[in-house]
Design a protein around this ligand. Structure first.
Ligand SMILES: [Ca+2]
Length: 581
């Protein structure tokens, strides 16, 4: 009986056409000249967006749904959704995977045509890739991130012997096997205490490297700046391509070199180099937000991240700058929301990104990320209070500009956004001082039921003001999350990290464990289940279980137990069990 029903479903086009609730359908083998039906689908999301706009312009009297068939959709440029693409108070504009299928929206380009050389080294002319040559910094094969040619090979690291006063000349304890790295696009990567730095190497004389810019965020002492003893690696020289998986792009010629394993044929794999930095921008206007726009069941993949002109001098949690007195920046997000309300990403998969993944910026309210999987993200995973755009308060002369700045207009404070039941892993894959979930200068963000793991630094970071001064950050609810296997590489963090005064904030029912201490982390500060850093105040800490963290369950810096309310927690399990920090 069941078999007969299924056969009918498959064989009856009329019935099949009625089965999914769709106004428009997109398929990889569709055609934008088609009407966008199941039988004659569109080919591009851009065309579907135009069709949806037409319906919205006439006034929605129902939800409008685009169903996207399985397969790959290569985006030529980011998809931009504005007020003309908005649902309304009663109805939703929805872009969803066709039931049971996996559409992939990719910012990358396939690279094909490898030629075998000696010693399992293969080359490919990447200048012929669709859209021409571009200096990509990430490369993926069959769903795996491939490392740029690196010295030394993991797990080995270099160590800094000495640093010039202007921090542009680094002497290493060991010389790399190339006498002069001039003209090779090589980059020094340094593991600072809780951040990393990436700076172009101009030239070298054995173990003495001359850099294009000062190595670190200058003016904050040794913690974020190159100093003796710091671990480092050199990335991106052809001579360092000597391990299976390593690669090098000659930016001038477009020649890509890849080291295959014995017996591996790269022509049997799918190589993708990302071209776009962003995939989706949802951009409302202050008095005309984008509302009720939803993305469901989609896979977003392959974004590029470009090294800033002064290098990446990490400060904390995906923020970077040059010196403590100059302005600071935040990594771009692949999926960016500004002036958006009640929008959602549900059951989506986000993977292989160069920068950060999802950001909710100014005046984002009651939006939701639920049931999504984020993996292999170069920067932060999900950010509420992403301040890459929007007007921020001026800061006093001599202070760090923008880093700890609140929104200039109180109406811009993101309110009531939810991050629920997502799995986030391997964020910070490129810039290792990044976190899975970041929340700052927001009202009432709910971060609940998420699983966060395999992190190089902290899992969840809440608040971004380094003292007890009042800010818009209040009422965050961090509950029922499972955060573990954090602090694999860097120091001075934990499963949950907090800063500043956060009235009505709640940390409830979480399970935090295995915040490690990496063997090579530089700097003495330990790693914990919860690290309440400078000015942390106003939290109810209730019903949490925290165990097996290298620096103990709880740590305070420039705050203390009296600034929180505590009830019914278990700090350590087994013989170490305690109810108080
Ligand atoms: Ca190597």
């Amino acid at each position: 009986m069941i078999r007969v029903t299924l056969l009918l479903l498959v064989l009856s086009p009329a019935f099949a056409a009625q089965l999914p609730d769709a106004d428009f359908v997109v398929a990889p083998d569709g055609n934008d000249g088609n009407p966008g039906t199941l039988e004659a689908p569109f080919a591009t999301l851009h065309r579907a967006q135009e069709a949806v706009r037409g319906q919205i312009a006439q006034g929605l009297d129902n939800n409008v749904t685009v169903l996207i068939r399985g397969g790959e959709y290569v985006l030529e440029e980011p998809l931009v959704f504005g007020p003309a693409d908005s649902g309304n108070d009663n109805f939703i504009a929805r872009y969803a995977a066709y039931p049971g299928e996996t559409p992939v929206l990719s910012g990358g380009r396939r690279l094909t045509g490898w030629t075998q050389g000696e010693n399992n080294r293969w080359t490919l002319d990447a200048s012929g890739a669709a859209g021409g040559s571009w200096p990509f910094r990430q490369l993926f094969a069959d769903g795996e991130r491939l490392p740029r040619g690196r010295f030394p090979n993991p797990p080995d690291l270099l160590r800094v012997a000495s640093v010039s006063p202007d921090v542009t000349e680094i002497t290493l304890e060991t010389a790399p096997p190339v006498a002069d790295l001039a003209g090779k696009d090589a980059e020094l990567v340094m593991y600072q205490n809780w951040s990393i730095s990436r700076t172009a190497i101009v030239s070298s004389d054995n173990n003495v490297l001359k850099l294009a810019n000062p190595m670190g965020w200058i003016g904050h002492g040794d913690a974020t700046t190159a100093s003796p003893g710091k671990p480092a690696i050199i990335e991106n020289a052809l001579q360092f391509v000597d391990q299976p998986g390593e690669w090098y792009l000659d930016r001038a010629s477009g020649l890509l070199t890849y080291q295959a394993a014995e017996g591996e044929d790269p022509n049997s794999k799918t190589f993708i180099a990302p071209k776009l930095e962003q995939l989706i921008l949802v951009e409302g206007q202050p008095e005309n937000p984008v509302v009720n726009l939803r993305f469901e069941g989609l896979t977003f993949a392959h974004t590029e991240w470009t090294l800033p002109p002064f290098g990446y001098q990490g400060i904390q949690a995906g923020h970077y700058g040059t010196t403590i007195t100059d302005r600071t920046y935040v990594l771009p997000v692949a999926i960016e929301f500004t002036y958006a309300e009640r929008c959602a990403l549900e059951r989506c998969r986000l993977e292989h990104f160069g920068g950060s993944a999802i950001g909710f910026g100014q005046r984002c309210r009651y939006n939701r990320v639920a049931g999504c999987i984020l993996t292999d993200i170069g920067g932060n995973g999900i950010m509420t209070g992403w301040r890459g755009k929007g007007r921020l308060m001026p800061t006093a002369p001599g202070e760090d500009h923008y880093l700890a700045a609140d929104w200039a207009d109180p109406l811009d404070v993101p309110i009531g956004n939810e991050i629920v039941a997502n799995e986030l892993q391997t964020c910070g894959a490129v810039n290792h001082g990044c976190v899975a979930i970041f929340d700052a200068f927001c009202g009432g963000t709910r971060i609940a039921h998420n699983v966060v793991h395999a992190m190089p630094y902290t899992g969840i970071s809440v608040g971004f003001r380094w003292d007890e001064s009042p800010t818009s950050q209040r009422g965050a609810v961090i509950e029922y999350n499972h955060v573990y296997d954090t602090m694999r590489m860097l120091a001075d963090g934990g499963c949950l990290y907090t800063l500043g005064w956060q009235p009505d904030a709640v940390i409830r029912g979480n399970v935090f464990h295995d915040a490690h201490r990496s063997e090579f982390a530089h700097g003495g500060a330990p790693n914990n289940g919860i690290f309440f850093d400078q000015g942390s105040k106003g939290f109810l800490v209730s019903g949490n279980t925290i165990y097996r963290c290298s620096g103990g369950p709880i740590r305070f810096n420039q705050t203390g137990t009296a600034n929180m309310a505590w009830e019914d927690n278990a700090f350590e399990i087994g013989p170490g069990y305690a109810t108080e920090p």
